[in-house]
Design a binder for this molecule. Sequence first.
Ligand code: PMT
Length: 401
Amino acid sequence: MLQGKTIVLGVSGGIAVYKAVELLRLLTKAGADVHVIMTNNAQEFVTPLTFQTLSGNRVNTELFNLYQEQEIGHISLADRADLFVLAPATANLIGKIAHGLADDLLTTTVMATKAPVLIVPAMNTNMYENPIYQRNEKYLAEHGYHILDPADGALACGWNGKGKLPAPESIFSTVDALLTPKDLYGCRVLVTAGPTREEIDPVRYLSNYSSGKMGFAVAEVAQKRGAEVVLIAGPTSLNVPAGVRFVPVTSAAQMGTAVLEYYADMDVVIKAAAVADYRLTARAEQKLKKTADQMTLELEKNPDILAELGEDKEKQILVGFAAETENLLAHAAAKLRKKNLDLIVANDITHEGGGFDVDTNIVRFLHPDGRVEKLEKMSKHQVAEQLLNRVNDFRNAVKTD
Ligand code: PMT
């Protein structure tokens, strides 16, 4: 994800330094080349050796160290970085940067860089609320520094309030978002996800095994790449990706109404939801009683939302999904044609690691001209990346027509 990116992780002194170790692990795992600079105070909490071992790079600590300077050089680091991350950033570090002070390796390198800088403050609540600190932070934000707000909670100093370093995963997502090119900027994307539920009576329903993971991954990646995203989802237990407009629904009928409400304004629609094809002809008002030995439920067809969108298609790029247990390509190709789609993602759900309620997927992209692209098994986020690359190809092709 961060392959080929050079990140300078600036660590200043505070109890949260141990969380910077976990952040470093996440960054290197994602493929980033991370160079750590520690202040003297940071080294009181965790030794440079820990960061050095995990980053695979020499940890830089001193401004006037001939060996370090010759090996990497603070100006060279400042030039090479794609991003600076200061985590934890103390009130002292932020105050120095805001006032143009460069009296150690970290502040000097930060001042010398033209790369974006993400500041992740961590400090005592009273320090955080101090108007002098707030003024410094505001000043830096006004000058293009990115600030990730501290979290609320119990602080090491015994206070409870704002000032905790956010979870390393949350800092990692911010880093990832900052380093992601915004190639879908200005594009409005509607995504559907999850199952739908068709009520039988007040306590029972018909549904399927969709977890929503595939659709939520598409929504998250599209938002990260700069799109304006509306996510319409049936019942799931997933967290809504930040920055996405979320519309929860339950039944296929509700999903249809919500999709049609947004459709006209959308540039792209990606229907990853597993929509129930049938619903009860009549939902029972009261809980059904166990009387007869056998029971028959009468079902009627739900409207096919995607087929309706295909009929009314104007400028929109329409992408469908198909989860099949047999004749994958034939069934998916038939849906592509019938629903007037620009692409269909065929899921092979007979293989382990593909389809419902897993983090990976095994898919093929079927194009209207008959092309079939077979993708390796990969995470649903990687499938989403690939899918959105194809969407961008369509957008660029339309622009150059
Ligand atoms: O949610 P996960 O656990 O991550 O699982 C992901 C998934 C397997 C559910 C997803 O990747 C997927 O394949 N979704 C489509 C499931 C399917 O087989 O749909 P379908 O063949 O019934 O429908 C084809 C397309 O028409 C789909 O895009 C569907 O959203 C759409 N459709 C279907 C019926 C209907 N009444 N209205 C629709 O819009």
